[in-house]
Ligand binder design. Structure first.
Ligand SMILES: Nc1ncnc2c1ncn2[C@@H]1O[C@H](COP(=O)(O)OP(=O)(O)O)[C@@H](O)[C@H]1O
Ligand SMILES: [Mg+2]
Length: 236
């Protein structure tokens, strides 16, 4: 794959930034699929926007409701958390991540696990609450537990710079015109690449990996597991 490096995903995290309808969720679905098809990876998606679960072929989808319920804990699953309030979404993600951290710290892990997060600005912020600590820990030192993250956001200016630094692979599609977002992008990829983002079409990204930076065209996402059973909870 010229547009995604699985080995780099083991070393760090990934970040996808761009305005609406620029291909972010399709790219996230492509990355999820690519990881899941590797022998040594599993995935868990937190779909805070309610769009990923509609397009992905991830084997299981579970809609989290804003009432108390027994949550299935397993991998290769997408939790649709779009019905929850923001505070409940943050709590849900951090509890899940804390669970996997502790479980892996005690029992070890043979496979890598990627958390894929739509609207990652919810959790990749400067706020220093207990929830955010559980998340920062995975971004910074999750490698030891084989836990990694892929975040998607529309607005780079809402992310704490610390999280941006912890993302070794970054994808920038067409950006918000808002000045704060543009300024932060210029600081991240420089002035001329920032200007390039304005010309990008859907599915095209400026791809930054370490010191390497180039434009990439991501193949349009295709479901390849149509025949797999898609389980959803009854209420959805
Ligand atoms: N790589 C791609 N190549 C061609 N078309 C794409 C590609 N990615 C997405 N699209 C088209 O663009 C639309 C918006 O993509 P989406 O990923 O939902 O955008 P975003 O998440 O940035 O709002 C999709 O419905 C799809 O039709
Ligand atoms: Mg989207």
């Amino acid at each position: 794959m010229t547009w995604f490096d699985v080995e780099e995903q083991k070393r760090s995290n990934s970040l996808i930034v761009g305005c609406n309808s620029s291909g972010k969720t399709y790219l996230l679905a492509s990355i999820e699929q690519a990881l899941r098809l590797e022998d040594d990876w599993k995935t868990i998606c937190f779909d805070n926007a309610g769009t990923f679960s509609k397009i992905s072929d991830i084997p299981e989808k579970y809609r989290v409701l804003p009432v108390s319920q027994k949550i299935p804990i397993r991998s290769n699953i997408c939790y649709d958390t779009s019905l929850l309030l923001r505070s409940a979404q943050i709590r849900f993600m951090s509890e899940m991540m804390r669970y996997y951290w502790l479980s892996r710290a005690h029992n070890g892990a043979s496979k890598w696990l990627a958390f894929l997060v739509e609207e990652c600005e919810l959790i990749w912020q400067r706020i220093r609450s207990k929830e955010h600590e559980a998340i920062l820990r995975i971004c910074s030192s999750g490698r030891n537990q084989k836990l990694r993250m892929v975040g998607v956001t529309t607005d780079l200016s809402l992310l704490d710079t610390h999280y941006i630094r912890l993302a070794g692979q970054r994808y920038f599609s067409k950006q918000l015109v808002e000045e704060n977002a543009q300024r932060k992008l210029r600081r991240t990829i420089g002035k001329s690449w920032t200007e390039q983002t304005a010309k990008l079409e859907v599915g095209e990204f400026i791809y930054q990996k370490g010191t390497e930076i180039r434009a990439v065209q991501v193949p349009c996402y295709n479901k390849i597991c149509e025949t797999m059973l898609l389980r959803e909870n009854r209420q959805s």
